[in-house]
Ligand binder design. Structure first.
Ligand code: NAD
Ligand code: WQD
Length: 340
């Protein structure tokens, strides 16, 4: 069975293509390479022994998107990762973000409709919950006003899909990711942050390899046990597996509603200092870190209630923080070797 993976050369997309191919699916990737590299396709082939079909297309281009889906007639489902994702950049360039993330989705949904493709797995984010009133956060927790245009595109996208699924045969599983980190055990694929990373783990690994002077810890006066903020970090390969289960659920028609939402996290929260400690333990290195002011827009703490995903998808994140940090470190070292 053939699955279209948009954003398939990106961080989460590439790991999901590997998981799909390992389960016997054929994959067509659409990506415009605005935040990834074509050679990821070769790395996927090296890991799985199978090269996915790659189409370099910007999903904002309605005509090309339509043509591409028409060309690959036998696609039975779509996993939609393609989006811009830098929260800070979205605040500075809101229209750029709305155009890319919203037009892409609309074009894709129209192309799916024209080709009678009914199944879509959508990449959503825990960002839609803001600072939840109750922790762990469940899927039916009230959504908070988005703090960034990026976050808003996730909420808007879910609404666009819901409205469409109410009047067509479209079925969707929206996966709300918490904080995906780490890399494939081969260290052949991983996250490729361009410029200075916004996210904690690539910042830590870059500091450890000598690309950054020190790790800035944003805030040590939060109401948590060590004063630093708490997130639910999840290993990228655990996250990827959930996508295979989700698309299988749609294809086998075992979904219970036309639009379903699942939290993808471990159900455990860790502070920034615990992440640093885990990195130091597995790498044997001492990290240079400094406390700086809180980052604007950051929430204090969030972690997932994963019981619905555990029960309904039969999925559970298996890997712990140390495994996440080892894989992230191996990936950073592999990148450094390639650069030499
Ligand atoms: P990524 O940037 O590594 O991958 C996204 C891919 O989409 C890139 O390869 C990029 O080139 C491509 N793309 C972007 N706009 C496109 C367009 N118009 N046409 C074609 N391709 C386009 O990001 P990621 O971390 O893999 O994230 C994947 C998805 O998961 C995104 O929707 C993101 O918002 C969502 N998400 C990510 C995180 C995270 O922490 N990484 C958390 C929650 C949700
Ligand atoms: C984690 C923790 C920081 C960097 C972001 C997006 C969110 C979602 C996931 C897409 C926080 C602290 C960070 C640093 C630090 N993405 N930190 N020093 O902010 O939880 O979520 O990625 O949907 O929308 O906002 O992730 O990795 O940036 O931060 O102290 O240099 O690490 O304050 O507590 P975040 P992050």
């Amino acid at each position: 069975m053939k699955i279209l993976v948009t954003g398939g050369t990106g961080y989460i997309g590439s790991h999901t293509v590997v998981a799909l191919q390992n389960e016997g699916f054929d994959v067509v990737i659409i990506d415009n390479l605005c935040n990834s590299e074509r050679k990821v396709v070769d790395s996927i082939a090296q890991i799985t022994g199978k090269k996915p079909i790659f189409e370099e297309i910007d999903l904002v281009d309605r005509k090309k998107t339509l043509e591409c889906l028409k060309k690959h007639k036998d696609i039975v489902g779509v996993i939609h990762f393609a989006a811009l994702k830098a929260v800070g950049e979205s605040v500075k360039k809101p229209l750029f973000y709305y155009r890319n993330n919203i037009y892409s989705l609309i074009n894709l949904l129209e192309a799916m409709q024209s080709n009678a493709i009914d199944n879509i797995v959508f990449s959503s984010s825990c960002t839609v919950y803001g600072q939840p009133d109750q922790l762990p956060v469940k899927e039916d927790s009230p959504l908070k006003k988005a703090k960034s245009p990026y976050g808003n595109t996730k909420k808007m996208s879910e609404d666009i899909i819901i409205d469409t699924s109410e009047v067509t045969s479209l079925k969707c599983i929206s996966l709300r990711y918490f904080n995906p980190i780490g890399a494939h055990k081969s260290a052949l694929i991983g996250e490729l942050p361009i410029g200075i990373p916004d996210n904690l783990v690539p910042y830590i690994t870059q500091a450890a390899i000598g690309k950054r002077k020190y790790v800035r810890v944003f805030g040590n006066d939060y109401n948590t046990h060590d004063g630093t903020a708490i997130r639910d970090y999840i290993h990228i390969t655990d996250l990827a597996k959930a996508h295979v289960i989700a698309i299988n659920r749609l294809l086998s028609k075992t979904n219970k509603k036309q639009f379903e939402i699942f939290n993808l996290g471990t159900g455990r929260g860790n502070t920034v200092l615990e992440v640093i400690e885990s990195f130091e333990k597995v790498s044997g290195l001492k990290l240079n870190y400094k406390f700086v002011d809180r980052r604007k827009g950051d929430i204090e703490k969030v972690w997932a209630d994963t019981s619905f995903a555990n029960r309904e998808l039969g999925w559970k994140a298996e890997k712990g923080l140390d495994e996440m940090m080892i894989s992230a470190w191996n990936w950073e070292k592999a990148l450094a070797q390639k650069a030499d």
